[in-house]
Ligand binder design. Structure first.
Ligand SMILES: Nc1ncnc2c1ncn2[C@@H]1O[C@H](COP(=O)(O)OP(=O)(O)OP(=O)(O)O)[C@@H](O)[C@H]1O
Length: 568
């Protein structure tokens, strides 16, 4: 039950709705018991006496109880569902609040299909927590206790049989099935997760699977996962049916017992025969309400597992974040003896790196593939916390700064940029929600995408755009943001070199006086940069202006020689 504490706390935020639902549930249950009880009494009365007035009053009572029961059932559904949906929205908000600070590290731990299955499926299945786990035993308990209390005025023996019946159907049988379910099952959720993982991989990798003739094998794996998930669901269904049958059987037996015990008491002269039918009908009605308890073990276990799977993702405490804002005006970025390793990796991706990026300067980071350039960029963006060393922006240590206040000052273009399903306009508005059409068209023209109408459709992940078009659209987005710190990770690597150079010219033109940090594989055009940082194996091996590095005739000079000989 410990695992469900957080869900219970969120459910009880809407105490009023939960209490109202329980109240109406009790009235509906009690009214249906009263309806059956009074009909039993009416039958006996009609058979044994000829008091017309009593019969008329009882018939009127029947109508009234029927009406109250239907009305209360409506109230119960209304408030319990309202409380459920409010709880779900609290759950989503609280979950995303805890999840957001863990990104992007979380993507290294969980595959996207699994995350999706947990974030959507597991949250969704917790909607059953209030309706089918928390609420039924509470309402049933109250209805039963009231019924037993009422019956005790007529026969303590019958009340005792009902009490035992209540213990069996509300507590013992559901608890036994819950234990059995916990022992035998627990894999349906995990199987749904692995089906979601395989399905996303299949969709993402469709083209490559086809090219490498692996489509059939992957399809087979997907079909196996689907079959296992179906089988698991089938077993769950059977288990639920078994629980339902046994609970109904016990309920029926209890009603038989009430009849037998009642008949014995009537014969012994301890119970007025007039009340026998009423007590039997009451017990049938009370035990009819017990049906939802049959589903309790399944929903209890489902909710518990869903809560555990969700908690697993957010259990890791997020690194503490600062609250300070960056000041207005020119900012510098300083990295001092910074080191960073990816989780689970032995070697540092960035190793003991120090650099100072002054306002208004242009810096290029170059080096072989895998030398740590992109990781260094992510560290400057304060995406990952440093293992050692210090990052400060505008003289303020990064750990004291609110992360959003850093990103808010930066125009960022990464190697891979996400595009949302929509239009060119909706993708540009992300950078500046207030931007006018003219402003957006100007930004598109600056990256030589003037032929793109703003209303042009953009498919999921921008798959209807070429690699170079995507990069240019990302740069247009950065241009619209219009901040003074530019962090660019190979922003024109898929664009032809002529257009790439023209775009850089445009950027430097618009961003006169801004700070530029750009990662580049292309060593051409670096003469314009104030500082070139050369990386290898996570370390800075050389830095200086183009002139200085060429004169030094060291590493950069060699790279340049190689490039010249390759393209000569
Ligand atoms: N998410 C990750 N998890 C684990 N290791 C990673 C991750 N991303 C990068 N690395 C490793 O860190 C090292 C530096 O990678 P990085 O992407 O920073 O290099 P790079 O110089 O930008 O390469 P490229 O020029 O090919 O983009 C590499 O050895 C890489 O394998």
């Amino acid at each position: 039950m410990n695992e469900l504490k957080h869900v219970l706390r969120l459910t009880l935020i809407e105490k009023k709705d939960v209490a109202t639902a329980i109240f109406f549930g009790f009235i509906a249950g009690a009214a249906s018991v009263a309806l059956m009880g009074s009909s039993g009494y009416l039958i006996s009365k009609a058979a044994l006496t000829s008091h017309m007035t009593t019969l008329v009053v009882m018939a009127a009572c029947l109508k009234l109880f029927g009406f109250i029961s239907a009305l209360s059932r409506y109230g119960e559904r209304l408030y319990s569902h309202r409380a459920t949906f409010t709880m779900l929205s609290h759950l989503r908000v609280s979950f995303f609040d805890r999840l957001a600070p863990l990104a992007p590290g979380i993507f290294g731990k969980y595959r996207s299909g699994d995350l999706l299955s947990r974030i959507v499926g597991d949250v969704e299945s917790l909607q059953n927590f209030l309706l089918r786990v928390f609420y039924p035993p509470v309402v049933l308990g109250i209805v039963f206790l009231s019924t037993i209390f009422f019956s005790s005025f007529f026969s303590m023996g019958i009340a005792a049989v009902m009490f035992i019946g209540m213990l069996l159907t509300v507590i013992v049988v559901p608890a036994l099935f819950s234990i059995r379910k916990r022992r035998t099952d627990g894999k349906t959720r995990a199987k749904r997760g692995s089906l979601a993982i395989e399905a996303t991989e299949f969709l993402y990798g469709f083209r490559d699977l086809k090219i490498h003739q692996q489509l059939n094998a992957k399809e087979q794996q997907l079909a196996n996962d689907a079959a296992q998930y179906n089988e698991s669901q089938r077993k769950e269904g059977l288990e639920e049916n078994l629980a339902q049958s046994i609970n109904s059987l016990v309920a029926l037996l209890v009603s038989f017992f009430v009849l037998g015990v009642g008949a014995y008491f009537v014969a012994a002269g301890e119970l007025n025969g007039l009340y026998l039918a009423m007590l039997v009908m009451i017990s049938i009605a009370a035990f009819e309400n017990v049906a939802p308890m049959a589903a309790f073990p399944a929903y209890f276990e489902e909710s518990r597992k869903a809560a555990v799977r969700l908690e697993e993702i957010v259990a890791e405490p997020a690194a503490p974040r600062g609250t300070e804002q960056l000041p207005e005006g020119p900012l510098d970025i300083k990295l001092t003896r910074a080191s960073f390793s990816y989780p689970g990796e032995k070697n540092a991706a960035v190793d003991d790196v120090s650099l100072h990026l002054k306002p208004g300067t242009k810096t290029a980071i170059v080096g072989p593939s895998g030398s740590g350039k992109s990781t260094l960029m992510q560290l400057l963006l304060n995406v990952f916390p440093l293992d050692h060393g210090q990052l400060s922006i505008g003289g303020i240590p990064a750990e004291k700064l609110q992360q959003e206040s850093i990103w808010q000052k930066m125009n960022v273009v990464l190697q891979e940029n996400h595009f949302f399903y929509g239009t060119v306009r909706s993708n540009l508005l992300i950078a500046d929600p207030e931007a006018s059409d003219e402003k957006m068209e100007l930004a598109l023209a600056k990256v030589q995408l003037e032929l793109f109408p703003l209303s042009m459709a953009v498919e999921e992940k921008g798959q209807n755009l070429s690699g170079g078009q995507k990069q240019r659209l990302a740069i247009a987005r950065a241009l619209l943001k219009g901040k003074s710190l530019w962090l660019l990770d190979e922003p024109v690597s898929s664009v032809d070199s002529l257009t790439g150079q023209a775009i850089y010219e445009e950027l430097f033109q618009q961003g006169k006086g801004d700070m530029f940090v750009t990662i580049s594989h292309d060593l051409a055009g670096l003469e314009k940069m104030d500082q070139i940082i050369v990386m290898e194996n996570g370390r800075i091996v050389e830095s200086g202006s183009y002139q200085e590095l060429m004169e030094r005739k060291s590493y950069f000079h060699q790279l340049k020689q190689i490039e010249n000989s390759v393209f000569a």
